[in-house]
Design a protein around this ligand. Structure first.
Ligand code: HEC
Length: 85
């Protein structure tokens, strides 16, 4: 939890000493942060609206996916555009 909070705070400050650079590309985020627990196909086989992707991403973050608020927004937009119903 402390680690997660630290990442969020560093991301929010936009300082250049952030250990893990904030990813601003949806595809890169998906490949970097969404494959620790299940394969990429778990996500790429789905088709959801923006609202549904938001709920899924929020649930994955609760499970432990490492994404700060900016990254979640970027990823949800990317998923909603790429994997739409
Ligand atoms: C900490 C482990 C973990 C990480 C990291 C993770 N997931 Fe999951 N994911 C799960 C588990 C466990 C399930 C199956 C149980 C469930 O659906 O709640 C799941 C199921 C899913 C499903 C199928 C169910 C549904 O709601 O459609 C999708 C899609 C999904 N994950 C997408 C993602 C995305 C996108 C990311 C990156 C933001 C991600 N996951 C990162 C653990 C994780």
């Amino acid at each position: 939890m402390v680690i997660v909070l630290g990442v969020v705070l560093l991301g929010a400050c936009g300082g250049d000493q952030t250990p893990e650079p904030e990813l601003s590309d949806g595809a890169a985020l998906l490949e970097a942060r969404c494959v620790q627990c299940h394969g990429l196909s778990k996500t790429t086989n789905e088709q959801k609206t923006q609202e549904q992707w938001q709920q899924t991403v929020t649930r994955m973050v609760e499970k432990g996916a490492q994404l700060n608020a900016d990254e979640q927004a970027t990823l949800v937009t990317y998923l909603a555009e790429t994997y739409a119903p």
